[in-house]
Each structure stands twice: as structure tokens, then as C-alpha cells.
Design a protein around this ligand. Structure first.
Ligand SMILES: O=C(O)CCC(=O)C(=O)O
Ligand SMILES: [Fe+2]
Length: 752
């Protein structure tokens, strides 16, 4: 973006449009090799793929700005020649060199572009390729053109050297891939979009795209450039303007750099809209220096010392020449085969900083900035748990569930976490006040005091009364951040959290989606139909639409989990619990259905009966299966595995299906089941599943440190045996063979 002089000729960029503040990197500091600036540059390249390079305080930077200004004038003179003259220099696709009139390119909204372009080839100007004939205003300034290419290249070499360092590449790697003295498709593009007779502020003048080459320098004065921030869905409301700033140039990384770095660096999806506000009434000019690599370069990943992940096993290296690759990309863009999207980088879909990522024999090792130890995960298995320090880094160790999204070439693209995490859903704001998700709060008052009118539910505890109330910002105003740790009694990864507010009620937060069963409805169904089955009483439950999660308040059962009690129970007591649990299972299978479904007719949550879920279903929002008739379930199960499906009858049985030792509470004397909790997966399941599911399933494993390591599967064994004694068939061998051969990702449909 040129100097202030050019900005003074243009109406102000409006203050009421959505802008994205991209990082600003100081060119002079980069020139002085400032370590911190290099770090900022690298972060901008991995997280955004776009940044502003501030050219002030640098002699070289100042020169470049002046030359760019010169090209705004050359551009104005060139486009003033008019279409008739310029069409003589028309571009010959797929090359973009020469003149492109408006309307030649489709825009995202199905209309046509309104951007004139004149693209000058570096080979033409520097003599590394055939000379071309250009319109007079350009021909008259060949020397200026040469100066510009040289100066721009020189400036980018400063950027390249910092990137070489950060990517652990040999010195001069990136500069040598785009040298000035070798032929390439590098070009300087003059762009012009004239004010429209009828101004449509949301008209796309240049369609959304990522640049194909390595790096682009973009000078603009008038607004209109927009980017889709990393991780955002490509819908109109998500796009953000980049505000042009004097003395700065926008640097945009292209897809070649993404490929070369195996997705470590990012390219940003950008487009141009009618200039905002009053700026729409003047012609919009911009200048893009688009760097492409030397024709001899290939798309092979660059060899770095640990930063760029090598292609994973079985993954084919792209060894095409840069030209073949670019031609292929242009073709697929024309054919509409690629969805325009930003690519690579550690796009912050949720802001999970990680400081290092390394791929070793089939695993991804990454160090999350706030994690307590590095973790290693298989690149395909997307969900994993990691210990992380909470808040101040000391107080609390928490287990967070992450999901890795790997790119086409196996590079790490995103690390996701539910946002805000379920474990932050409830916060103590003061000893008398809690916020519950985005819409509710809970207050504790003295019973004799006046009761709030808007109380949704309330309960007494000693001389106090607790009220669940709609959230009221005026009460929360000066209370600060709140504390989600203090009352939390359990969390299962990122996916859910459980808090005790007061002594008698438990609050549970859990991820939710439209098609999900509400656990409260299932629990009420059990309480109504099977009074002998101990299920905690539901006080209240709601869906927090803004956060996509559910809240459930239940009466607290004061008892230990079977997991905690296990080592103090005698073998006879353990057997007694297994028998009683088998009895309860037998009781609830009294309710049946002809379908695999929940009690409300929705799909069921059982990871072990379905194909590997797609990336879009992390564990905190798992994929649901069905509803399926028995025949559909059989078809589905035989589609996702080539091994025989276990036998099952046409009547499906109501079953809890998650009866691990942390979901069973035992009485203080150890002789009976005090409560069965966590009913979210309870639904109608095939009969073989009742006794088969507990065998060897890790969710049924004991985890108390005091449990003898040889006995970790003790509960699995006695519980499945007790179910077999009750008459349920166990088909573990058939099931395990079927399960091992399951493929994915699976569609939730029996047909394909
Ligand atoms: O004119 C602009 O601001 C953007 C131009 C651009 O993205 C391009 O030429 O690739
Ligand atoms: Fe572009």
C-alpha cells in the first residue's frame, strides 16, 4: 500500500464494516534480523497465511513504496486506453499474461467479475523469456518495471530468509527456488475496478481464490479486499475486510508454499468486493506482485530438519513439476472440482496453541503449549487425550480431548477442541452465584429472604434456597471471570463436565446437536417404567442453543463409584453387584422396539457398532447411528466390514450400553447398587449386544490406581458372565472379527 499521499486522494475507509486485523510485521526489524519479528512472521504464516508488511523506517522499503506508486499511475494510463485498444493484448488462457477485460471470470455468487487486469511477465521484462508487446504506457516504462521486479524480489528475500530459519531449511532455500535470473511465471498485475452505475455493496468483483504461486505482494489504497478467516465456513457473513494502510504492503502466501511445507504454512482465501462506503464511488486500483517458482522446481516437499513433516507411510509424494501442478490446479478450478478454501497452516478453528509437531513412524507427536507433557497420537486416530494445566498452570491437571484434522497430504491442519470447552460451562461468580452456560444462572439465597420471581426451579438445603434463574447481565456485571474449577467434580475430556452446586444437586453439561437424544428424557422413561431400577431423579434439563450443549440437573446420590469401591469389595460383594446389575439389565430389556433407536426415536450413540466416524464428528459430538430397522442394521453392519455380522433377533432391547465401573454407584456397605448414571447412550440395541459389549471393552475397565493391574478387566469378566447367566447371548469372537475389519468413515445409512 503506497504512501499517505495516495491515501489522501481516496475517501476514508468506513469504520462500520467488519474488518480482520491481520498481523503487522516490521520490514526494518526483519532486515535487522530481529528474532522476535521472525517469530511473529512465522506465526502469521502458519496461522493466517496473510499479514501486513510495514515498510516504514527502511530505505529499501521506502523505495519499493515509491515504485508501487509509480505503477498506480502506469495502471491508470494503461486502463484509460480502453477495452478496444487493450483487447489487442488479450490474455490467452491458461496464461494470464496480458489484458483481461471484465466479465471473463465467474464469481462465487454465479455472476461475472468486474475487474480489469493487466499482467506483466517477469521473463518479458528481465529477459529470461521471450519479449512480449505491451501497451505503450508500460512499454515506455520498461526500466521502471525492471526496477520494481528487482526491488520486490530483494524485499521478499528478507522474508524468505526468516522463513528458511523457522522452517529449519538450509539457508537460501526459498530464495533459490524463485531466482530472478531463471524463467518462471512470476508476474506483476495491475488491477482496476471502476465504480458501477448502481452500487451494490456486496457485489463480488473478483472471485474467492488462493494464490497458486509461492508468495504475493499486494499494494492497495481503496478497500474491497476480503479474506475468509482461518477455520471459518465459506458463507458471506464470515468474510472480513482488510483495511488498507499507508506504508504497508499485504503479503499473501500461495498454495505452492503450502504444498512445499506439507501444510505447515497456510494460504488464505481472499476475494474483492465493491469498495465499502464512499470508496465505492471512485475507481479501485491495486497492484499484485505474484511470485511463481523457477520452471525447473517440483512440488516435492522441502527437506527440513524436523519442522516440515515428511510424507507419511503410504502417502505418495507429489513429484510433478510446478508447472504441471499449476496447470492441473487451474484446470480443476475451471472444472469446479476444487472448493475454494484456505489451505494448510495451523488454522485456529479453536484456539489450541501447539508449539511443535513432528511426524515419526506413523505417529504425530505434538507439544501443546499448555500441555504438561508432549503427546504422541496416530495421525488417523483423531481423538486423543492430553493432560493440561488449567488456568494458572498449577492448580489443576485436566484431561482435554483433542481432535487432529490432517490435510490431504497428511499434514496437521487443525487441532480442535470444543469451544468453549464443556468444562468451562459452569462458573462460580461469587459464593452465592453461578453462571450456567449462556442462558442461565443459579443463585443461593437465605430461605427467609424474598424469593426471586423468575425462579425456574428451586430447592432447599439447610437454611438456604437455590434458584435456577434466567441469566441477568446486570447482576453479573462486576463479578469478573468466574471460576469453573472450584465446584467441578468430574470431566470427561472436553466433551462433558459435571459440577456439584451445593451438596444435593449435580449439574451436567454435554455437547448437543439437533438429532441428539436428551438424557433427561431417557432417565424419566426409566424412572416411570422401571421403578426398581435406581436412577437419579431429574430436576431440570435444557438445551443451550448458543453453545450447542445440554444441561441436566439431577439429585445427587451420595455414594462411591464401583471403580472407587472395587478394591474394598470382597469377591462375593463384587459378584453381588454384577448379579444385581444383570438383574437391572434384564428388567429394562422388558421394553423393546423393532428399531435401533432411542426412546424418542432418534439415532443411538454407540461407537463400537458403527464405521469409523468422519472428521466432522469429534468425540464431543459423536456420530449417531440409525434409527435403523433390524434389516437396515444388518445391511449397514455388513457394508462396513467384510467379516460376518453377529446374529441377532428382530426385537431390539432397551439397554444402557455404557455400564463401566464409573457409571455404577454402590452403597456404603458395598452390598447393593445405589444408582446407575450416565444414560445418554441408553437405547434399543440388538440382543447380542447386551452380554457382548462388556467383554474386553475399555470403557468397562477399572481405572482406580489401587486396583491390581492384573485385575483391570475384573468387572468386564464378571459382569458379562452374569449377563450370560441371565440368558443373554455373548458373541464376542464373531463381534471382534467383524469389528477389526470395520472401515470408515461411514455414512449413517444402510444403503449407499
Ligand atoms: O485486487 C486485489 O486486492 C486482489 C488481487 C488478487 O487477489 C490477485 O490478483 O490474485
Ligand atoms: Fe489473489
Amino acid at each position: 500500500m503506497p504512501t499517505k499521499k495516495y491515501f489522501s486522494q481516496c475517501p476514508e475507509f468506513p469504520s462500520d464494516v467488519n474488518v480482520l486485523n491481520i498481523p503487522t510485521i516490521s520490514f526494518s526489524r526483519l532486515q535487522n534480523d530481529a528474532e522476535h519479528e521472525g517469530e511473529k512472521l512465522y506465526n502469521a504464516c502458519t496461522e493466517h497465511g496473510i499479514f501486513a508488511l510495514d515498510l516504514r523506517d527502511s530505505e529499501e522499503g521506502g523505495k519499493l513504496l515509491k515504485q508501487a506508486e509509480r505503477f498506480f499511475d502506469i495502471g491508470a494510463d494503461t486502463f484509460d486506453l480502453g477495452t478496444d485498444v487493450l483487447d489487442k493484448y488479450a490474455y490467452q488462457p491458461p496464461s494470464l499474461l496480458g489484458y483481461k477485460a471484465t466479465g471473463k471470470l465467474k464469481t462465487d455468487d454465479g455472476k461475472r467479475d468486474i475487474m480489469e487486469m493487466y499482467t506483466i511477465g517477469q521473463d518479458d521484462i528481465l529477459g529470461t523469456g521471450a519479449r512480449r508487446e505491451n501497451p505503450e504506457p508500460i512499454e515506455a516504462c520498461r526500466e521502471d518495471c525492471q526496477d520494481f521486479f528487482r526491488q520486490a524480489h530483494k524485499a521478499l528475500c528478507v522474508v524468505y530468509s526468516h522463513l528458511d530459519k523457522k522452517l529449519a531449511l538450509a539457508p537460501n532455500t526459498l530464495a533459490a527456488l524463485s531466482p530472478l535470473d531463471k524463467p518462471s511465471d512470476t508476474s506483476l498485475r495491475l488491477l482496476m475496478s471502476r465504480p458501477q452505475p448502481v452500487i451494490e455493496s456486496d457485489r463480488v468483483t473478483l472471485t474467492g481464490h488462493t494464490d497458486i504461486g509461492t508468495i504475493t505482494m499486494l499494494f492497495h489504497v481503496t478497500g474491497g479486499l476480503q479474506i475468509l478467516p482461518a477455520g471459518c465456513e465459506n458463507i458471506s457473513s464470515n468474510w472480513r475486510y482488510i483495511r488498507p494502510r499507508p506504508d504497508c504492503v499485504v503479503i499473501n502466501l500461495g498454495d505452492t508454499l503450502v504444498e512445499w511445507t506439507g501444510g505447515v504454512l497456510r494460504s488464505s482465501l481472499h476475494r474483492v468486493l465493491t469498495a465499502p462506503g464512499e470508496q465505492a464511488s471512485i475507481p479501485r486500483q491495486s497492484l499484485a506482485y505474484l511470485v511463481r517458482p523457477d520452471h525447473n522446481a517440483t512440488m516435492r516437499r522441502l527437506k527440513s530438519n524436523g519442522v516440515i513433516p515428511p510424507a507419511s507411510e503410504g502417502e505418495e509424494e507429489d513429484t510433478r513439476s510446478v508447472d504441471d501442478w499449476a496447470a492441473g490446479r487451474v484446470k480443476s478450478i475451471i472444472l469446479g472440482e476444487v472448493k475454494p478454501q484456505g489451505r494448510g497452516g495451523r488454522a485456529a478453528l479453536a484456539d489450541i496453541p501447539y508449539s511443535a509437531v513432528k511426524k515419526t513412524a506413523g505417529k504425530v507427536a505434538l507439544t501443546l503449549t499448555r500441555s504438561l507433557s508432549p503427546c504422541t497420537v496416530p495421525p488417523q486416530a483423531d481423538n486423543f487425550l492430553v493432560f493440561r494445566a488449567d488456568g494458572d498452570g498449577k492448580r489443576h491437571k485436566t484431561l482435554i480431548q483433542y481432535k487432529l484434522i490432517l490435510g490431504r497430504q497428511g499434514a496437521l491442519m487443525h487441532v480442535l477442541e470444543m469451544k468453549p470447552t464443556a468444562r468451562e460451562s459452569i462458573k462460580r461468580m461469587s459464593p452465592q452465584l453461578w453462571t450456567i452456560g449462556s442462558s442461565m444462572m443459579c443463585s443461593k439465597v437465605k430461605t427467609q429472604d424474598a424469593q426471586p420471581l423468575e425462579s425456574i426451579v428451586s430447592w432447599h438445603e439447610g437454611s438456604s434456597t437455590f434458584h435456577l434463574l434466567p441469566r441477568d447481565e446486570s447482576v453479573l456485571k462486576n463479578l469478573g471471570e468466574g471460576d469453573s474449577v472450584i465446584d467441578r467434580i468430574h470431566e470427561s475430556g472436553t466433551g462433558s463436565g459435571v459440577w456439584g452446586i451445593g451438596d444435593e444437586f449435580i449439574f451436567k453439561a454435554k455437547g448437543w446437536k439437533e438429532d441428539r437424544q436428551l438424557e433427561a428424557v431417557t432417565m424419566n422413561f426409566v424412572a416411570e417404567n422401571f421403578p426398581s431400577v435406581p436412577v437419579p431423579e431429574v430436576l431440570y434439563s435444557w438445551i443451550d442453543q448458543a453453545l450447542d450443549r445440554t444441561f441436566l440437573i439431577t439429585k445427587r446420590v451420595h455414594a462411591r463409584t464401583l471403580n472407587n469401591a472395587w478394591s474394598q469389595l470382597s469377591p462375593a460383594q463384587r459378584q453381588g453387584i454384577a448379579n444385581e446389575m444383570a438383574d437391572h439389565c434384564f428388567t429394562i430389556t422388558g421394553k423393546t422396539s423393532s428399531k435401533l433407536e432411542t426412546v424418542s426415536g432418534r439415532g443411538v450413540l454407540d461407537y463400537f457398532l458403527m464405521g469409523k466416524p468422519p472428521f466432522s464428528n469429534p468425540t464431543w459430538l459423536p456420530m449417531i447411528l440409525g434409527p435403523f430397522t433390524c434389516a437396515e442394521l444388518r445391511t449397514y453392519m455388513s457394508k462396513i466390514s467384510d467379516q460376518p455380522v453377529p446374529q441377532f433377533g428382530d426385537t431390539l432391547l432397551f439397554y444402557h450400553s455404557d455400564l463401566g465401573p464409573t457409571n455404577i454407584l454402590v452403597s456404603d456397605d458395598g452390598n447393593s447398587v445405589a444408582a446407575i448414571i450416565d444414560w445418554e447412550a441408553a437405547a434399543y440395541y440388538p440382543d447380542f449386544w447386551v452380554a457382548t459389549r462388556p467383554v474386553g471393552n475399555p470403557a468397562y475397565r477399572l481405572s482406580e490406581p489401587t486396583v491390581d493391574p492384573l485385575e483391570l478387566y475384573g468387572w468386564n469378566k464378571i459382569f458379562s458372565a452374569a449377563l450370560v447367566t441371565k440368558g443373554f447371548s455373548c458373541q464376542n469372537d464373531v463381534f471382534q472379527k467383524w469389528r477389526k475389519a470395520v472401515t470408515g468413515p461411514a455414512l449413517n445409512t444402510p444403503r449407499e
